[in-house]
Design a binder for this molecule. Structure first.
Ligand SMILES: [Zn+2]
Length: 62
């Protein structure tokens, strides 16, 4: 399971989302309420009990 922070690809839209998904492909199917696509700004594996999340920087260009 992944935990991601996503922002809208439309510069005039300040929307940001946190999402959980089973895969990056699933994250890439998400869209903003305004109809634009979302950029994945940060994604991490959801930590198991006693684990710390490992942060990876990722930018998906729509
Ligand atoms: Zn938007």
């Amino acid at each position: 399971m992944l935990i991601a922070r996503l922002i809208c690809s439309e510069p005039a839209c300040a929307a940001a989302y946190d999402a959980t998904a089973a895969s990056l492909a699933e994250l890439e199917t998400l869209a903003c309420d305004c109809g634009c696509g979302l950029w994945v700004r940060r994604v991490a594996e959801a930590p198991g009990p006693g684990e710390r999340p490992v942060a990876l920087e990722l930018l998906v260009v729509a």
